[in-house]
Design a protein around this ligand. Sequence first.
Ligand code: SAM
Ligand code: SF4
Length: 467
Amino acid sequence: MYFIKDNENLKSFIPQQTILDLLEKTKNPDRAKVREIIQKSLDKNRLDPEEMATLLNVEDEELLEEVFEGARELKRRIYGNRIVLFAPLYIGNECINNCQYCGFRITNKTIERRSLSLDEVVEEVKALENKGHKRLIVVFGEHPKYDAKFMTETIKTIYNTKFGKGEIRRVNVNAAPQTVEDYKLFKEVGIGTFQIFQETYHYETYKKYHLSGPKSNYYWRLYGLDRAFKAGLDDVGIGALFGLYDWKFEAMGLLYHTIHFEERFNVGPHTISFPRMEPALDTPLAERPPYAVSDNDFKKLVAILRLAVPYTGLILTAREPVEIRNEVMKFGVSQIDGGSSIGVGSYHETDEEKLKRSQFLLGDNRTLDQIIEELAEEGYLPSFCTGCYRLGRTGEHFMEFAIPGFVKRFCTPNAILTFLEYIEDYAPEKTKIIGIKRIEEELKNMNNNPLKEQLLEKIKKVKEGER
Ligand code: SAM
Ligand code: SF4
């Protein structure tokens, strides 16, 4: 392993003072200016830092509603009503880092440590496939045991595990930053997105809460995904853990990170995640986050992220309670996890002890089926589609965004077909009825779509058992 020296003089693409200055300078924004910025986003342009700062400073209730409506409109126009579903799969909770907010940190003596064997991974994957999942994100602590070889063997095992009619078609990864050489192993096994959250972009705050281990090096992490790009892995996800520092600063950090990728690699991140800190076993910081984000600010955050980076997938997790999830989904969240369990081994084992192996506690404990039923009832189209991913990195989100009519022509039909597969193979009777009704509504909306005939043909085949 080699590390970038953690040195404050190293050139950072997060201009800390500029961010603070912009947030100060744009206070009490002018109504006309805010409207102009919303329009720029609706015209499918990424916003500049000063424009994002202006939106972050909107306090007036009416004007804020215009920001929310802008985000909803962008979602309606570009992404439609599909919601992609995935599940997190925790492989091991051993960790040599000392992140003060995380239940897996090295100094936590209460948590029960466990790493899944490949046989156990197979059992977990079967249990997930049996619920209908097609996409996973594998999660690892940082530990010499979980080197790139171990992680990629695990991923291969997941792709090779087929249970009944199930298969996992896309495995995303959330793990420690790797070297260029190690990222190449991930590329070889065909992962989806490699995610690394910076946690906080604010240097002093980062140093304060990452006390030891490789993760205490701010720059090794900040440049972590640049090395992925160098290894040819250009499907990357960024994120910040909200609650460590001022949420507006972190939102600006996410935008500067995006701009850095655009300038250096000609493409932004595939996804952005914005978890709020949740309580974790024996973890005092997580009980009382120093900069806790209120529900109202959280809604504002999601709407402004949607407007600032209109082409990027936004991921919301089961960390959020149901009501918040439902509200921010309207602002353009494109992926959520469903039926999540975050104890190591907890999909195929049901012991009460699993909480003792969990990283933190979830706010939404509905099963995948409950979530699907509710999504369908609310007019969403649950999707397990992985079609674009097979066409390459620029697939998901970007094509939807860049090519007029792409969603109507490809995404909606694919979402319908993968939802129908779920209904046929896994859904209980009640969800079946709701789901079929939902699909019929979608088909009605496709009356002028020349692809409708073709889709009806494929629907017939899925009903006859073809996958
Ligand atoms: N160990 C790797 C790392 O830290 O990058 C990857 C796995 S780590 C379990 C995944 C993410 O969980 C972290 O990046 C952090 O943002 C999030 N996390 C940690 N503690 C959390 C908490 N108490 N509440 C919510 N999210 C948390
Ligand atoms: Fe380890 Fe990741 Fe948790 Fe930090 S956030 S203690 S690196 S698992």
